[in-house]
Design a protein. Structure first.
Length: 89
């Protein structure tokens, strides 16, 4: 008896996969922007304009987008498990 949720086929994408990938890309852009913005503090050069600090906020936005993708995937798996449970009884 298996108590696991069946895995989706490898060629099929889960409902939240796109959001997780997009969130990861936005997070990486924000992380690189954070490193670039903090570098002048250690190098003793002139700081970047304030807009550069705004780009650093993409790190948090990417985290939220990826989290939304994970939650969407969880909801889809729960619906799938509930439908399989209802069909089995």
């Amino acid at each position: 008896m298996r108590s696991e949720t069946p895995a989706a086929p490898s060629d099929d994408r889960a409902p939240g996969d796109g959001l997780v990938r997009a969130g990861a890309i936005v997070f990486i852009i924000g992380a690189v922007a954070t490193l670039v913005t903090v570098a002048p503090l250690f190098l003793g050069t002139d700081p970047f304009p304030p807009i550069a600090y705004g780009v650093c906020m993409l790190m948090g936005v990417g985290f939220l987008v990826a989290g939304a993708g994970v939650l969407r995937s969880i909801a889809a798996q729960r619906r799938q498990a509930k439908a399989a449970g209802a069909a089995g009884s």
